[in-house]
Design a protein around this ligand. Structure first.
Ligand code: NAP
Length: 309
């Protein structure tokens, strides 16, 4: 089979760090072009925007939309209307309802739409899900604490409306939680902490209940952590404790380390994208995005000192 001819739209940090090497490392894909206002990749044809990309590249099969969530919907609409398979970086959009539009469009055009959640592809996640499947979860706790200055230097969009603030990393935790938990949970309360000079939160505390209305899960997202960084999910069950660390790369069950692998997330994302295209299928799970939308709906807003880069 000929490789899937793919273009990257939005050449920034994640495109360079992960998408380019993962596409180049997968024989099912060929990176044929990029579209970005400033960013380019050496040796790859570049276009200033998605319109000129769609017009200028012959036999383009797919696009990976790696820009911030705000402008993603408008690019996806154009790519789908042109009959291209579309991979969406996370968060898949700035609102929940714009995703319904894309799902309908992908169906009408008979192309694959893949809303990626890269943290779900971390090495320990599938095993954590399998272990929890036949156990009773008593409680789950997320600690997702990192230094915004280290991970998002100069990214003004992340603080703007539609940029998600601390939910940009926090939604990764929610993507794992919704994947591994054997039952649904519902947000019951939240506190969102905004720097007085920013439109998006720097920290958030969330509480979730189960169907019976019992508090079952909680999460702390915080962008003010210096020193060691924390991306942990701890689940207490009727049969002992499960701990995902390092964003899901390490898995401990009852204190024993059972998975400890490096970064496998984006290689697995492109393996799955090729699989979806071959099967004529889409994969769009909006549960993590819905939880974030719920937090903005029910969350109590609190304010803290102005944040300076
Ligand atoms: P970034 O470094 O700011 O790159 C995004 C690129 O998108 C920009 O360089 C820009 O390139 C283009 N762009 C198009 N419209 C834009 C707009 N209105 N505002 C700003 N940039 C715009 O961001 P990133 O870290 O790569 O993140 C992009 C997406 O990937 C986000 O949804 C993020 O959550 C996700 N992600 C990031 C990471 C990470 O570690 N950074 C990890 C996983 C997922 P031009 O100026 O050339 O158009």
């Amino acid at each position: 089979m000929a490789p899937i001819r793919i273009a990257i739209v939005g050449v920034g940090k994640i495109a360079r760090d992960q998408h380019v090497p993962s596409i180049r490392g997968n024989r099912d894909f060929e990176l044929v072009a990029t579209a970005s206002r400033h960013g380019t990749i050496e040796g790859v044809s570049s276009f200033p925007d998605i319109e000129s990309l769609l017009e200028g590249v012959e036999n383009l099969d797919a696009v990976a939309l790696c820009m911030p969530p705000g402008p993603r919907h408008s690019a996806a609409v154009k790519a789908l209307a042109a009959g291209k398979h579309v991979l969406l970086e996370k968060p898949p959009g700035a609102t929940v309802s714009e995703l319904d539009d894309l799902i309908a469009s992908a169906k009408a055009e008979k192309v694959s739409l893949f809303a990626t959640w890269h943290s779900r592809h971390a090495a320990g996640v599938a095993k954590a899900k399998a272990w929890l499947a036949n156990r009773t979860v008593r409680s789950l706790r997320v600690d997702w604490k990192e230094d915004v200055r280290k991970w998002h230097p100069g990214q003004a969009w992340i603080w703007e409306p539609g940029g998600f603030g601390v939910f940009d990393p926090g939604i990764n935790a929610l993507s794992i939680v919704t994947e591994i938990l054997p039952m649904p949970i519902f947000l019951t309360s939240a506190t969102l902490l905004f720097p007085k000079n920013r439109a998006q939160p720097i920290a958030a505390d969330l509480v979730f209940a189960d169907s019976a209305g019992e508090d079952r899960a909680s999460a702390i997202f915080d962008w003010r952590q210096t020193g060691p960084q924390t991306w942990d999910i701890r689940v207490i069950t009727d049969d002992g404790e499960l701990l995902l660390q390092s964003g899901g790369a390490k898995l401990f069950i009852k204190g024993e380390l059972v998975v400890d692998e490096g970064d496998v997330e984006y290689a697995d994302i492109y393996r799955h994208f090729a699989e979806l295209i071959a099967a004529g299928a889409s994969d769009v799970d909006l549960r993590p995005l819905r939880h974030v939308a719920d937090a903005f709906m029910v969350g109590r807003h609190a304010f803290t000192d102005p944040f300076e880069d």
